[in-house]
Design a protein around this ligand. Sequence first.
Ligand SMILES: Cc1cc2nc3c(=O)[nH]c(=O)nc-3n(C[C@H](O)[C@H](O)[C@H](O)COP(=O)(O)OP(=O)(O)OC[C@H]3O[C@@H](n4cnc5c(N)ncnc54)[C@H](O)[C@@H]3O)c2cc1C
Length: 549
Amino acid sequence: MAETEREAMEYDVVIVGAGPAGLSAAIRLKQLDADLDVVVLEKGSEVGAHILSGAVLDPCGLNALIPDWKEKGAPLNTPVREDNFYMLGQGGKLRVPGWPMPPLMSNHGNYIVSMGNVCRWMAEQAEELGVEVFPGMACSEMVYDENGAVKGVVAGEFGRNPDGTPGASYEPGMELHGKYVFLSEGVRGSLSKEVIEKFDLSAGKEPQKFGLGMKEIWEVDPDKHNEGEVTHTMGWPLGSNAGGGSFIYHLENNQVYVGFVVHLNYQNPHLYPYMEFQRFKHHPMVAELLKGGKRVAYGARAITEGGYQSMPKMVAPGVALLGCSVGMVNVPRIKGNHNAMLSGKAAAEAAHEAIKAGRAGDALDAYEADVREGAIGKDLRKVRNVKPMWSKWGLLPSLALGGLDMWTNTMGFSLFGTLKHGKTDAAATGEAAKFKKIDYPKPDGKLSFDRLTNVSYSMTNHEENQPCHLTLKDASVPIAVNLPKYDEPAQRYCPAGVYEVVREEGKEPKFVINFQNCVHCKTCDIKDPTQNIHWVTPQGGDGPNYPNM
Ligand SMILES: Cc1cc2nc3c(=O)[nH]c(=O)nc-3n(C[C@H](O)[C@H](O)[C@H](O)COP(=O)(O)OP(=O)(O)OC[C@H]3O[C@@H](n4cnc5c(N)ncnc54)[C@H](O)[C@@H]3O)c2cc1C
């Protein structure tokens, strides 16, 4: 195929992704030097459309970036007023008191927010400072210079036919060149994956680990609503099948975020994370809250869980990885937004120094040092053993030992050193014949819903006349390998019902990809046991359209 010719635009810094990391970087760059040319490109139809982390926000990142955020009208309206933690059994619950936990686990001083709305507000702040923010612009390719350094990205390509050839309304998009390119695509970014591989940035690090987070927004009976209440649970229904747990956050306007995370290192390929979430809502504690209420939105997104020991090297010539493109979630706190913001700020400061000194296209080592040795590294180091303990020893021992380890780490030492994660989540998947099938109750349509009905509540939309963005390295693998060996788990791990094995009498089973349903969670790219599915970005503006997730 002939090489596509594109116009190029020059910037000081090109930022891919308008999440908390990318927007913080953009804001900080312009705070430091109003004359810098900074552009932010976002694949969602608007800023916030793909942001799912409705969230308890530790404001430390925002405090460092925009200390007067309150006066500037940041949508942090609901301080946490009550913090509960329960171990669930099928019909009951056991309250876990807060006192054995180290102070870092407390939510005092944090806010329940819609991160989608926080990002919309941050984009306004960035634009006021002169940042160019372009939603609906998916960055589909990296651009390298003749020495192999990152020079820019391709954004805004539209109108390819399903077979990849240019269609009648084909737009080649543009090359956006920068002295530095920041990849702030969030968890399992497609360009970040390419850059990590190209520059071998994961060498010597533990594999990244992930969870799948699913979330619904409910409007509940005002009598049951308790603005500012935060509840986390562990235990039922996952039991020993997988690690994970739930969160229930009461925000404003009688709304409640009800979410569920399943760690993706589960072995039993029959596990169906979406149905675990649906089953969870039938626990008496949750059912009582939701009864008479209304689900108004649904979404899903992977979350990074590898923490400190899994962070790849985050700089290479011309490029820096920010936020969850690196993986900066503090797992026991289920918080990554504060670190995403701090990383954006740190990357901006390093780039500003470099540009001021006349540099361009080199590795921003000062940024990496800031992340590892500064506030982010300190936050993640203290909790680095919690996830590997959970994976190795299960829930209860890891609660006790993880608590102890977080305490000793708060005092500056660990009895365990730094534990390893071992396998990738894909490699953790076991063979179907060795595990029991799991019987899931049918959704009742009141508290629990089937997958496709719920996907319609994510307002997901993809132009159908384009190449499928869920690419297979080998099209035969799902039926020839994954089906006999793993009962093709894509049918179950995808929270949006994208993958089906269709069986018709007298015919071979067929693997069908309904890419129109994809909510961009990236679970398939992570969990496919043969690592045959490669998620690439569809054209800009496609995907979910989350309201205030
Ligand atoms: C279910 C769930 C609950 C969570 N709860 C909390 C919580 O309570 N508190 C907390 O602090 N953290 C929470 N987190 C973690 C938090 O969401 C992440 O740490 C945070 O989103 C990381 O920010 P980011 O800017 O790196 O990436 P993201 O927030 O994912 O933003 C990345 C942006 O880049 C865009 N993008 C990606 N690729 C491209 C591309 N190629 N071209 C153009 N645009 C692109 C995306 O559309 C997106 O808008 C939760 C996560 C999940 C999944």
